[in-house]
Design a protein around this ligand. Structure first.
Ligand code: NIG
Ligand code: FE
Length: 411
């Protein structure tokens, strides 16, 4: 048992029957002032006001002047990669676009080459150090994609590393198979053949070994078409893998519409979205997910999440942590960017980064809010003046401790 006492504010309290927050619901963050949280067996057992708190528990944390939040739920990352790609950073500074770098055979394919030469153990070590880094930023649930293999052996190598990561920490991890991330050089000009390989060989083998929870496709200009995406999502469905797709990053690609059509759990990026995409998302079970770090790093436009919320949709925020478009897994930075560049209010951004992020990886029954019975993945802040201070102080580390399954995370 662990008792956290004298909490200045417990933030992000929800009823258990709320899988996600839509439209106006996103404006509210339920709070208790001067509260306590009791954790038992890794779960939130009870919370309330200090006057109702039992004081007889041995293991206590005094959170005077501090706040407690549900840990961030980062529903989109690519943390299993080898090395880094700062040479492309220079190319971008010198004027090349992400698409131009990819066309020259760089970009994702550079990471593919390097990953091929890297042992599984080394890959695991690099990914684990990124995972620990993001836990330190307050993340308690994380989706991780494959997609730097592009052949069956290397895709499986990545998914095995993700499985190992699942067993290493108390962060909730979901694995997504992203075989259709780019066309590997040996299939250049034979894109449909590569899609067949993904559908006929990779998906069945990965499903057989139970290595993935979801399936992803980079449905965009210069990458995979709507038809190819539809095919992959259909085969995925047959094997119980729901879609979480990369859509509308580089163009109005039709990715949002095809994702909704096949009941994807989320459509992510959305830098190129407007009324048609919003109309497609209405009344769907698909979570539109913004990745503002990518827009910031690539100088792209920002996804119109505010318009989506104003249209009554739910939205999530994630980092997209990857070596090419977002070399950062800091969810607090994503919050700040969402507030500053997308005009989300701090409450909207925090809801998008917690409960709605949990929904976008199928975890909202167990994570993403302060709710009795949910897993006690939380962070305790330093002494901060207000909730709004978190996105406002955009580079300050406001995290004091991270609690995972009721235990303090020590790096
Ligand atoms: O989400 N856009 C596609 N995939 C990643 C980038 C991958 C890379 O460049 O390494 C993204 O931004
Ligand atoms: Fe991504």
């Amino acid at each position: 048992m662990l008792l956290i006492t004298n909490i200045k504010k417990i933030v992000g309290i929800l009823q258990e029957d709320k899988p996600r927050l839509c439209g106006e619901e996103m404006n509210t963050l339920n709070v208790i002032d001067n509260g306590y949280i009791l954790i038992d067996d890794g779960l939130i057992k009870e919370f309330g006001q200090m006057e109702d708190c039992h004081k007889d528990i041995e293991n206590q944390i005094d959170a005077t002047d501090k706040m407690v939040f549900p840990a961030f739920c980062d529903s989109h990352s690519h943390i299993v990669y080898a090395g880094s790609r700062e040479s492309e950073f220079l190319d971008k500074i010198n004027g090349l676009t992400y698409e131009e770098i990819a066309k020259r055979g760089g970009g994702i394919l550079n990471s593919v080459k390097l990953l091929h030469q890297t042992s599984e153990e080394e890959l695991y070590n690099q990914a684990l150090s990124r995972l620990k880094q993001v836990i330190g930023f307050g993340t308690g649930a994380l989706e991780i994609k494959s997609g730097y293999g592009l052949n069956i052996e290397d895709e499986i190598k990545i998914l095995r590393v993700i499985r190992q990561l699942k067993q290493t920490t108390d962060v909730a991890i979901k694995a997504t198979f992203l075989g259709a991330h780019a066309v590997p050089p040996e299939y250049k000009g034979k894109q449909d053949e590569y899609v067949n390989l993904v559908c006929q060989k990779m998906i069945p083998e990965i499903a057989e070994e139970n290595l993935a929870d979801f399936i992803d496709v980079f449905c965009d200009k210069g990458f995979f078409t709507v038809e190819q995406t539809a095919k992959i999502l259909q085969v995925g469905q047959k094997y119980g893998l729901r879609g979480k797709i990369h859509a509308n990053e580089l163009d109005f690609s039709g990715g949002v519409q095809v994702g909704v059509k096949y009941n994807a759990l989320s459509v992510d990026h959305l830098e190129n979205s407007g009324e048609n995409e919003i109309a497609a998302l209405k009344n769907s079970q698909t979570m539109p997910t913004g990745l503002p770090g990518c827009s910031f790093f690539l100088n792209l436009s920002f996804a119109p999440l505010k318009d989506m919320i104003n249209s009554g949709l739910s939205v999530a925020l994630a980092t997209d942590y990857n070596p090419g478009t977002t070399p950062s897994g800091n969810m607090k930075m994503a919050l700040s960017l969402a507030c500053i560049k997308m005009r989300l209010t701090p409450a909207q951004a925090i809801n998008a980064a917690t409960i709605n992020g949990a929904y976008a990886m199928g975890l909202s029954q167990t994570h993403g809010s302060i709710t009795i019975g949910k897993v006690a993945n939380l962070f305790i802040t330093k002494n901060i003046p207000s909730i709004e201070y978190i996105p406002y102080a955009y580079t300050e580390n406001i995290i004091d401790r991270v609690i995972l399954k009721g235990k303090e995370f020590i790096n």
